[in-house]
Design a protein around this ligand. Sequence first.
Ligand code: SAM
Length: 193
Amino acid sequence: MIQQLSDRLRFLQAFVAHPRQVGAVLPTSRRAVRDMLDLADLPGAGLVVELGAGTGVQTEEILARLKPGARLISMEIDPRLARLLAERYDDPRLQVVCDSAEKLPEHLHGATADVVVCALPFTSLPPTLRRRILDMLPLAVGRRGAAVVIQYSPLIEPELRKRFPSVRRRLSVMNVPPAFLFACSHEEQGPAR
Ligand SMILES: C[S@@+](CC[C@H](N)C(=O)[O-])C[C@H]1O[C@@H](n2cnc3c(N)ncnc32)[C@H](O)[C@@H]1O
């Protein structure tokens, strides 16, 4: 409870310092995080990437679902938040990278991810940066992998559909505001549950 309150405060401070970069005043709710991660096969993944880790709500739940020996690369552009994540999660599977998401290929060293979990605030990022990250996403996801994306509006959906043959959408109402969840992959899948 105390950690949750201090995380909310840190998140708010990050928002006040860089509102368009953070894009929200509160971290994502646990329920929305679970709804989002249910859209991908995390227990079966060998390599997972998280973009825009914030105070770690997704990081913690991803680690709880990952098998021993799997790897998680969590990218966060804000040095304070990246430091918090690295200090908090003492897990050999986790690599915290303080860098912009567009630089992901440099950190993948030619590998592709089984799952990319993306919580970047696409609609408030500068258009050129947004395009560079969106163009990089399908290349970072393996043929049988998936990118799961959380947004507070459906505006990004056409951009995702341009880049992935399969995009499933669902709404998670247990979040302030309700969250749009997208599961994007190179292979056609059934509808989101
Ligand atoms: C909406 S918050 C989501 C935070 C957390 N994942 C959550 O769900 O509560 C977006 C996060 O993305 C980070 N971010 C913004 N632009 C980024 C970029 N280009 N590369 C990496 N992280 C970025 C922000 O600093 C912020 O922590």
